[in-house]
Design a protein around this ligand. Structure first.
Ligand code: ZN
Length: 338
C-alpha cells in the first residue's frame, strides 16, 4: 500500500491511507501510473512552496472503482486522467460557479495532496475520461500539452511565426511539437549538445546550442528578423536574458513556470524592445484541448527514454533528478500495483 507523503524538505514517508469515504459528487480512482518529474523533485528538495504535509505526484492516471450517485459522464471502469490543477473553491469567482476564472489555482503536491498513492477520491469534475485511443503513457503528458496550449493561446501568432524556446527539457520538446502542430516554427535553444542533437533527430529542425554562435544562428533561423515570441523554461538554468535577446521589438516573452525556479532578468533590454512579459504556471482549463491534440497524433513520445518501475524508492529517484533538474528527457513512471 502506497501513499508517499512529503513532511518537510527531503523527508518523504510512506503512510498507508485510511478508509476513504465517498460523497455524492465524488469518484474513487485506483491510481495506475504516476509520472515523476522535475516539479516533484523540486517539491521534494524544498525549492517549491509545499504546504506540508502533502502527498507527492502531480501527473497521474487511473481507473475509476467507485462513483457517487450524482456523478455524470464518468463511470466505474472509466480510465481517467486526474487533473493536477484545480480551482480553489473559495474565491469569489469559484463561489459564483465561475471556476474557470479562479483567483488561486491549486496545484497537486503543493496545495493539495498529489497522486503517488493507491487511491484518490475527488470531485468527478477533477478527472477527464481518456478516449480508447489515448493510452496511459500519453495520458501522463496531458498537463504538459495543456500547458503548451495555454502558452500558444496567449501568444496570438500567425502561421510561420518563429517561437524561441529557451531550455531543452521534456516540456520544451512538447512545446515545440505543439507549436509545429499549430504551424509555428519552434527554435529551441539549450546548453546541452546531447539535448540539441536529440531534438534535431526528433524533427525540431532549429535546435540551437547556446554558445558564441547563438546570435548568428538565430539570425539564420529567422532571416535576420529575430523571433516573434520567446518562452523561457525557468528550470533550464540558462541566463534568461537569452530569451529576451532573441526577440524582435514589440513581442512577447513567456516565463514558463511548471517547475519554477528563481532567476534574475535584466529589465533594460525589455524596456528597449518594448517586450510584453507574461507568466504561465499551469495548464488549467486546457485539459480537453490537450486530449484532443493527443488524439490527433500531435504528440510523439518516442524521443523520451522510459523507465517504468513497480519497485521504487522515490527519494532516490528525486535525488537522481536533482543532479540535473534542467534536462531529463527520460520519463520516470511509477506503476502502482494493488
Ligand atoms: Zn477560486
Amino acid at each position: 500500500m502506497d501513499n508517499w507523503v512529503l513532511m518537510g524538505p527531503k523527508t518523504l514517508n510512506n503512510q498507508p491511507q485510511g478508509e476513504l469515504s465517498l460523497s455524492p459528487e465524488q469518484v474513487k480512482i485506483k491510481v495506475t501510473y504516476v509520472l515523476l518529474s522535475n516539479f516533484d523533485a523540486l517539491c521534494y528538495a524544498g525549492e517549491l512552496p509545499v504546504a506540508y504535509p502533502k502527498t507527492v505526484g502531480r501527473f497521474a492516471v487511473g481507473i475509476v472503482t467507485d462513483c457517487g450517485e450524482k456523478v455524470y459522464g464518468v463511470e466505474k471502469g472509466s480510465r481517467v486522467y486526474i487533473k493536477g490543477a484545480r480551482p480553489c473553491g473559495k474565491c469569489l469567482h469559484c463561489k459564483r460557479g465561475d471556476t474557470n476564472n479562479c483567483e488561486h489555482i491549486q496545484i497537486a503536491g503543493i496545495d493539495f495532496d498529489g497522486f503517488l498513492r493507491d487511491f484518490v477520491v475527488c470531485d468527478y469534475r477533477r478527472v477527464a475520461v481518456l478516449p480508447d485511443d489515448v493510452d496511459y503513457l500519453h495520458g501522463l503528458c496531458i498537463e504538459h500539452v495543456a500547458f503548451a496550449e495555454n502558452i500558444y493561446d496567449q501568444l496570438h501568432l500567425s502561421a510561420g511565426s518563429k517561437v524561441a524556446i529557451v531550455g531543452g527539457n521534456a516540456l520544451a520538446f512538447i512545446l515545440a511539437q505543439v507549436a509545429m502542430y499549430h504551424k509555428l516554427v519552434p527554435v529551441v535553444i539549450d546548453d546541452s549538445p546531447v539535448a540539441v542533437e536529440k531534438l534535431k533527430k526528433a524533427g525540431v529542425y532549429y535546435s540551437i546550442l547556446n554558445d558564441d554562435d547563438l546570435d548568428s544562428n538565430i539570425a539564420e533561423a529567422t532571416s535576420g528578423l529575430n523571433c516573434d515570441a520567446s518562452v523561457y523554461i525557468s528550470c533550464s538554468k540558462i541566463n534568461p536574458d537569452v530569451a529576451s535577446r532573441v526577440l524582435a521589438r514589440d513581442k512577447t516573452l513567456v516565463l514558463e513556470g511548471m517547475a519554477s525556479m528563481k532567476f534574475k532578468l535584466d529589465s533594460i533590454p525589455l524596456f528597449r524592445h518594448n517586450t510584453r512579459v507574461i507568466t504561465v504556471t499551469d495548464g488549467f482549463g486546457y485539459t480537453e484541448s490537450a486530449i484532443n491534440m493527443i488524439l490527433h497524433g500531435a504528440i510523439d513520445l518516442n524521443m523520451f527514454e522510459k523507465q517504468i518501475l513497480t519497485e521504487y524508492n522515490p527519494s532516490a529517484l528525486f535525488n537522481d533528478m536533482l543532479s540535473d533538474v534542467s534536462h531529463g528527457l527520460k520519463m520516470t513512471i511509477i506503476k502502482l500495483i494493488f
